[in-house]
Design a protein around this ligand. Structure first.
Ligand SMILES: NC(=O)c1ccc[n+]([C@@H]2O[C@H](COP(=O)([O-])OP(=O)(O)OC[C@H]3O[C@@H](n4cnc5c(N)ncnc54)[C@H](OP(=O)(O)O)[C@@H]3O)[C@@H](O)[C@H]2O)c1
Length: 281
């Protein structure tokens, strides 16, 4: 059986990856407590010890707001940029297939239409900047090792069975509140972690998907308000959704107002409404 090392295995996506792949591969699930990916020596040692065939990095500093604080910025950069370089180095030197999970926040949203894989990046916040630097580290090691298989999979607006997320929060509000105010001036693509993992599996296992950057999200676009209305429609929750601008919820980190990702070459994905309906069944 081939060995798959999953980093960030206790996170929302990491858990989905770990459970989904458990019968297909010998899984090596590692989280912060087994392997702090910012420890370069330990990264090398761990990869050498387990000799995986594949590595998927779902470990990340994901608190977009907190990352803006001066002392947190350094940590976000270490985890999302430097450490990705350590992983890419360890994998590229040993010819281990490497998948880095990235984000729609590498774009600034000013294009006004969907973003393709090779569109110009320009992150608006620290988190997006750190994730983009992580992508660049992978590309640097890929340049040095032209035969190495690497995949950078950008995704967005994740929800799923494991860990807290927007869909769970809105379901909770649906039970507790008389109305909810939800932002309607940010457009993105809601994505179920299970569908994302299925897409990643296809990329890893099908040779027609060559190394490079992929966009895997639910098909179509929504605002957070659209997503909430759809959740409530599907679960027959009757409270009103009040559509507001993001100014109603002041945030430190700037977000792109339009970060819908176009999937021009990856495995076909499901329409976001159908994904959500399946998740909420
Ligand atoms: N959630 C979204 O909507 C979304 C959208 C686009 C892209 N993404 C990307 O998808 C991936 C998975 O995100 P997620 O939502 O599953 O995040 P998550 O739930 O926050 O999981 C991230 C995991 O990484 C771990 N981690 C943090 N620092 C680490 C370190 N130094 N060494 C080892 N592990 C460390 C965390 O452990 P602790 O909890 O112990 O810190 C956590 O288990 C990330 O690359 C993220 O950027 C997410």
């Amino acid at each position: 059986m081939q060995k798959l090392m999953i980093l960030g295995s206790q996170g929302m996506l990491g858990m989905e990856l770990t459970y989904y792949f458990q019968n297909k591969y010998e899984i090596i699930p590692l989280d912060y407590f087994n392997l702090d990916i910012t420890n370069k020596k330990l990264v090398q040692k761990t990869v050498e010890k387990y000799k995986p065939d594949f590595v998927i990095n779902a470990a990340a500093y994901t608190d977009v707001e907190r990352a803006e604080a001066k002392h947190e910025r350094k940590i976000a950069m270490e985890v999302n940029a430097e450490a990705v370089g350590y992983l890419a180095e360890a994998c590229s030197q040993r010819g281990i297939d490497f998948t880095q999970i990235s984000t729609d926040y590498v774009f600034d949203g000013t294009k006004g239409e969907v973003y393709c894989e090779d569109d110009l990046t320009n992150p608006l916040n620290v988190y997006g900047t750190s994730k983009l630097l992580g992508e660049q580290k992978v590309l640097e090691w890929a340049n040095l090792n032209p035969n190495w298989n690497y995949y950078i999979v950008r995704t967005a607006w994740l929800y799923g069975q494991y860990g807290p997320n927007f869909v769970k929060k809105m379901l909770h509000f649906g039970k507790k509140k008389k109305e909810v105010k939800v932002v309607e001036d940010q457009h993105g693509s809601p994505t179920w972690t299970l569908d994302l993992v299925k897409g990643v599996k296809k990329i890893l296992e099908n040779e027609k998907y060559e190394k490079g950057i992929y966009h895997l999200t639910g098909l179509g676009e929504a605002t957070w308000a659209d997503l909430t209305e759809e959740i409530y429609r599907l679960k027959n929750i009757k409270i009103p959704v009040l559509r507001v601008n993001s100014g109603e919820f002041p945030q430190v980190a700037k977000r792109p107002s339009y970060s819908v990702l176009q999937n021009t070459k990856g495995p076909p994905m499901t329409i976001w409404q159908d994904m959500l309906a399946e998740y909420l069944k």
